[in-house]
Design a protein around this ligand. Structure first.
Ligand SMILES: NC(=O)c1ccc[n+]([C@@H]2O[C@H](COP(=O)([O-])OP(=O)(O)OC[C@H]3O[C@@H](n4cnc5c(N)ncnc54)[C@H](O)[C@@H]3O)[C@@H](O)[C@H]2O)c1
Length: 446
C-alpha cells in the first residue's frame, strides 16, 4: 500500500520507518524542512535505538521518502496517518490542537476522494468526531499509539494491541490491510467508536501515571512513618492483581506524554462535567517528588546547597532516550543551580538537548568527569551504566561521598559499605551509615 505519515517526530518517524518495514511505500511529511533534510540523509534528529538503521535501510530500498509538500502527499497514497504533536496549551491544562487541526486541514485539501485520514496523535475525546464533521471527501479514523520511547520500533512492529476507532467497515478493512503482518503475528485488535478509541489512550496513560504516583505517595508515607517503600513495593507486587511493574518509587515521571496527557484528560473531563480530580493529585504527588530530591540535597549538604558542587547523573526523562521534555532530572538540576549550587550534569545521550534548553548548567562528557570533586551526587535518570558505577571507585573521585538515588535503582547497602551517605526516596538510610556532617564541617575525601 502507499501511505503517508504526517509529522515526523518521535512517533511519526518511527511509524513511517516501521510501515516501510511492513512492506508499504511510505512518504513522511513534516513542516520542518531541517527535519526532513536530516531524515532524507538517514539521520534521526533524536535518539531511538535502531531507528537510524531502519530509516537508512528503507530510504535505500526506495520504500521510504520524505517531503514538506502536502500536494505531493495528497496524491501519493490513500491512507494518511497524522502523527503531529499535541502539547499542553499555553496558560491551560488542555491540549493544544492547532497542529492536529492544521495537519488534517492541509492533507484533506489535497487528498484524493475516498482517502482515509487516520489520527495517531493523543487527543482529547471528541476530537475525531469534530474533525470528521469538517471533511466531506475523506473519511476519518483514530488509531492511537502506545509506543514507548527507547522501545519504539519493537512496540510498533509487535504492539500489545492495536486500537481502531472507525465508523465504517471500509475504514476497519483498510486498517487491517495496513497492519496485516502485525495482525497475522497474533496482535489483538480492538475496534471501537471514536470516543472509546481516543479514551483508551488517555485512560492507559492516566492509569500508568496513577500507578507511579501511588507508589510515590506510599514513599511519602514511609518517609513520615519510618517505613521502607522498596520492601513495601516488593511485598504488594507479589499480588498478581497489583503486579511489580511501575512500582519503583523515585523522582517521578516526566517526558512529552504522561504529564501533559493527564492534565489534558482532567481538563477535558471538566468540560464534560465529570470529575477526574484524582489526576490532579497524581500530578501534584509527582511534582512533590522533585521537591523531595531538592530537600534531600539540602539535607545532605548541611542545610543549604549554596556553593556545593553537585553532580547530576541523567538529563533525559528516562533511559534509552535523549528526550528532555519535562525531565525531572533537569528540573531538579535547574532548581539547585538557582539555589546557588555549582551543578554538573552528565547523560549518555541527552547532553546536546540539555545544553540547548539549560545553558546555565555545567555539563560533563562522562560520569567520571561529573563525579570528580563533587560534594553531592544525584542519580536521576535510570541509565543502566549508572547502576554499574563502582561505589568504591566513585568515592575516590568525589570530594564528599554523598548520594541521592532518585530512581530507587542503586544498592544502598553497597554504597554505604563503600563509605557513602546514601539516601533514596521513601527508604531509611542504610544501616551502619556514619553520622552525616554538614558541607562545611564534613571532611573532603580529595
Ligand atoms: N513520543 C512518544 O513516545 C509518543 C507515544 C505515543 C503517542 N504520542 C503522541 O504522538 C503525538 C506526537 O508526539 P511526538 O513525541 O512524536 O511529537 P514531536 O514533537 O516529536 O513531533 C511532532 C512533529 O510534527 C511536526 N508538525 C507539526 N505541525 C505539523 C503540520 N501541520 N504538518 C506536518 N508536520 C507537523 C513537527 O514539526 C514535529 O516534527 C503526540 O500527540 C503525542 O502525545 C507520542
Amino acid at each position: 500500500m502507499r501511505l503517508t505519515v504526517i509529522g515526523t517526530g518521535y512517533l511519526g518517524a518511527t511509524h513511517a520507518a516501521c510501515m516501510a518495514e511492513l512492506g508499504h511505500e511510505v512518504l513522511g511529511v513534516d513542516v520542518d524542512p531541517d527535519k526532513i533534510a536530516a531524515l532524507r540523509a538517514g539521520q534521526v534528529p533524536f535518539h531511538e535505538p535502531g531507528l537510524p538503521e531502519l530509516i537508512q535501510k528503507h530510504t535505500a530500498s526506495g520504500r521510504l521518502r520524505f517531503t514538506t509538500d502536502y500536494a505531493e502527499a495528497g496524491t501519493f497514497g490513500e491512507v494518511h496517518f497524522v502523527c503531529v504533536g499535541t502539547p499542553q496549551r499555553k496558560g491551560s491544562e488542555g491540549a493544544d490542537l492547532t497542529y492536529v487541526d492544521a495537519a488534517f486541514a492541509a492533507i484533506a485539501a489535497h487528498a484524493a476522494e475516498g482517502s482515509l485520514l487516520v489520527g495517531k496523535s493523543t487527543v482529547p475525546v471528541g476530537t475525531a468526531e469534530r474533525l470528521a464533521s469538517l471533511f466531506e471527501g475523506a473519511e476519518v479514523a483514530w488509531n492511537p499509539e502506545f509506543l514507548r520511547e527507547g522501545f519504539a520500533i519493537e512496540d510498533t512492529l509487535r504492539p500489545d494491541r492495536l486500537v481502531f476507532g472507525v465508523r465504517s467497515s471500509h475504514a476497519e478493512t483498510t486498517l487491517r490491510k495496513v497492519y496485516a503482518p502485525v495482525l497475522d503475528a497474533g496482535t489483538p485488535v480492538v475496534t471501537a467508536d471514536f470516543p472509546t478509541a481516543e479514551l483508551v489512550k488517555t485512560a492507559a496513560n492516566a492509569f500508568l501515571a496513577t500507578k507511579i504516583s501511588f507508589i510515590n505517595a506510599m514513599a511519602e508515607v514511609c518517609e513520615a512513618a519510618g517505613g521502607d517503600v522498596g520492601v513495601l513495593a516488593e511485598a504488594i507486587g507479589y499480588d498478581d492483581r497489583i503486579g511489580k511493574k511501575f512500582l519503583r518509587a523515585g523522582v517521578g515521571f516526566g517526558g512529552g506524554c504522561l504529564p501533559k496527557d493527564i492534565r489534558a484528560f482532567a481538563h477535558r473531563a471538566d468540560e464534560l462535567d465529570v470529575s477526574l480530580a484524582f489526576l490532579r493529585e497524581v500530578d501534584a504527588i509527582n511534582m512533590r517528588r522533585r521537591d523531595k530530591v531538592v530537600a534531600l540535597a539540602r539535607e545532605l549538604c548541611g542545610g543549604a546547597v549554596l556553593g556545593a558542587r553537585i553532580a547530576v547523573l541523567g538529563a533525559a526523562f528516562k533511559p534509552d532516550s535523549d528526550d528532555i521534555r519535562d525531565s525531572p532530572a533537569l528540573n531538579v538540576a535547574a532548581r539547585l543551580r538557582l539555589d546557588g549550587a555549582d551543578v554538573t550534569v552528565y547523560d549518555p545521550e541527552a547532553l546536546d538537548n540539555a545544553r540547548k534548553a539549560y545553558p546555565l548548567l555545567g555539563y560533563a562528557i562522562s560520569a567520571e568527569e561529573a563525579l570528580r570533586g563533587a560534594d553531592l551526587v544525584l542519580h536521576l535518570t535510570e541509565w543502566p551504566q549508572f547502576r554499574e558505577i563502582d561505589p568504591e571507585r566513585a568515592a575516590r573521585l568525589v570530594a564528599r561521598p554523598r548520594i541521592v538515588d532518585g530512581r530507587g535503582a542503586l544498592d544502598g547497602e553497597r554504597w554505604a559499605a563503600a563509605g557513602w551517605h546514601f539516601r533514596a526516596l521513601g527508604r531509611p538510610a542504610p544501616a551502619g551509615e556514619r553520622p552525616l556532617r554538614g558541607l562545611l564541617g564534613g571532611k573532603r575525601t580529595t
